[in-house]
Design a protein around this ligand. Sequence first.
Ligand SMILES: NC(=O)c1ccc[n+]([C@@H]2O[C@H](COP(=O)([O-])OP(=O)(O)OC[C@H]3O[C@@H](n4cnc5c(N)ncnc54)[C@H](OP(=O)(O)O)[C@@H]3O)[C@@H](O)[C@H]2O)c1
Length: 299
Amino acid sequence: MLENEKKKKKKKQIFVVNDKTCYFVLRGSTSIITGSSDGIGEEFAYNYAKQDFNLVLISRTQSKLERVAEKCKEINPKIETIVHSVDLTLPRSDVEEDIQSLLEPLTISTLINNVGMAVDLEQFHLQPESPTFKTLTLNVKVQLWLTKWVIKRWVKNDSKGTILNLSSVSGCVGIPYLAVYSSTKGFTDTWSRSVVLELKHLKKDKDIVIHSLQPFFVSTSMTKIPVLPTVPHAKVIPTACQRQIGTNVSLGPYWIHSLLGIFLRSFPSVSIPVMRIVMIILTKWKKSHEKKKKKKKVN
Ligand SMILES: NC(=O)c1ccc[n+]([C@@H]2O[C@H](COP(=O)([O-])OP(=O)(O)OC[C@H]3O[C@@H](n4cnc5c(N)ncnc54)[C@H](OP(=O)(O)O)[C@@H]3O)[C@@H](O)[C@H]2O)c1
């Protein structure tokens, strides 16, 4: 490659350097964000739009995706956005081909495995089966095939990239009444750390940076909890995460949550009364919400 071209290519990259590694943004490259029509994924979309990334936004609801894409364009008119509406709990064979053919022509430099769901809080043995298995598909399986496809491509093309996987504090402590959800988040963290070790062996861990993000309760439609000192707005997560990229594989993107994680690991039984209170509040909230909905329909 000519020296000038090499210099130009280097100039295109913004390095956010710390002493261990560097996280790079290739101008004009694309970030894939799953579950980006709401909550944390939506905030990642705005954050990455600001940083000049083109975006592939994936979730079920086309109208919500279009609203997020429009807002991203308002934030940064230079970027391109592609939206893809699909139910990712459907069998892999029904969804994978469309997504791969959408991604094939793009220069991908970030994958944010954000999509996830939690079912109603309940004792494990009383949980209905169907949502349990949907949770396994959405929280575990989707990130596996998407990540495998992206890493294979990066290794083959000798490219660089970043992968952010949404785990949770619940994944490192085990949370009652959320047994399946917290186990899937534990899987995400262990899997992320294992793949990082494999990349280290291939001497690719500086080129392919993987993190598992571990927030606790965040105010989104998943938790339905208002913003509180211990429950931040979703926009806090991408901003905090950006500052920590290149440090530990498992990141605590909100310092209060990291402290709560340490506390819960030391005193796991404390989570029982805490989660029972959350369960009571959410059940009451759900009942009054449903009543209001019914009243609206009658009027
Ligand atoms: N909120 C928290 O307290 C918290 C804490 C720790 C970790 N996390 C993790 O962070 C991630 C995001 O959570 P969040 O609270 O931002 O969730 P959220 O507000 O409920 O948003 C979930 C996103 O996923 C999409 N989605 C849901 N089901 C889908 C499906 N079957 N197929 C395709 N897309 C689907 C939703 O869009 P559509 O409805 O349009 O499909 C939405 O864009 C999750 O992995 C969660 O486990 C959350």
